[in-house]
Design a protein around this ligand. Structure first.
Ligand code: F6R
Length: 244
């Protein structure tokens, strides 16, 4: 059974989640965090910055590993996930930039970059992997059709994902068509996995996830159905199609 924590509003959800992260980082200052981009984790990052400013937590020895990055965007591009992470978290806390790991989608040899990231992940078991979920059930950029055994790889983005992400770009034609992403087996390898789902547009995906009792290749998030330490943090809107 997938564990879903339902919150009556986003404020209470993120208050609990921020407290959880602060506690875990204080228990283990060298913690290895798998991080995500997108709208879902932004309030968590805001809350963590506040706690850092209030001297409740330090990121000095924390190591981070991001899930994914678009192919072909320079780091400085304000739509790159590199830019997102520095803008929304890293520039505002005391993290050592050498401890930040984000796959690069802007190198001449993408296969080599996949190998580099896979080696890194093989040498660093992630303590807590954070996820959002796509309307089509993607996790990271593992789109429907992705095999369970995948490691970091290059993907063609699904038309639904391109459409969803076009809200951040001036036009849909500017949305990159490819990305580099941790694979499903990299994600499920984490000791703990936390998935954030807020808003009505996630309700269908959360219903499908709640009903998952085996891996369905057409719904990548179902790969977590038997993870021993997987929790969904969802608000009422995201839970509007399920009974809990
Ligand atoms: C982001 C990522 C994606 C997003 C997902 C949900 O690093 O890997 O899987 O988590 O697309 O995006 P939002 O949170 O913008 O709805």
């Amino acid at each position: 059974m997938i564990k879903i924590k339902k919150f009556s509003n986003k404020e209470s959800l993120f208050k609990e989640l921020v407290n959880y992260y602060v506690k875990r980082i204080n228990e283990n200052p060298n913690i290895k965090l798998g991080l995500a981009t997108g709208s879902s984790p932004i309030p968590l990052y805001k809350g963590l910055i506040e706690e850092y400013e209030n001297k409740k937590v330090s990121f000095k020895n924390v190591l981070t590993f991001n899930l994914d990055e678009y192919v072909g965007l320079e780091k400085e591009n304000d739509q790159s996930y590199y830019y997102f992470m520095f803008n929304n978290l890293f520039n505002h806390v005391d993290i050592n930039k050498n401890n930040v790991n984000i796959p690069s989608g802007n190198v001449s040899d993408l296969n080599k970059e996949c190998d580099r990231y896979n080696k890194l992940l093989s040498n660093n078991k992630i303590d807590i992997q954070l996820l959002g979920i796509g309307a089509n059930g993607h996790i990271g950029f593992n789109e429907p059709g992705t095999e369970f055994e995948t490691r970091t790889h290059i993907v063609d983005l699904d038309s639904q994902t391109i459409k969803d992400n076009s809200r951040f770009f001036e036009s849909i034609d500017l949305v990159p068509k490819k990305a580099i992403t941790m694979g499903i087996s990299d994600i499920v390898n984490a000791d703990k996995v936390i998935l954030i789902a807020t808003g009505k547009n996630k309700a269908e995906a959360i219903k499908k996830l709640a009903e998952s009792d085996k891996f369905d290749i057409n719904f990548p998030a179902s790969s977590l159905y038997d993870h021993k330490n997987f929790t969904v943090y969802a608000d009422e809107d995201a839970c509007s199609l399920i009974k809990i």
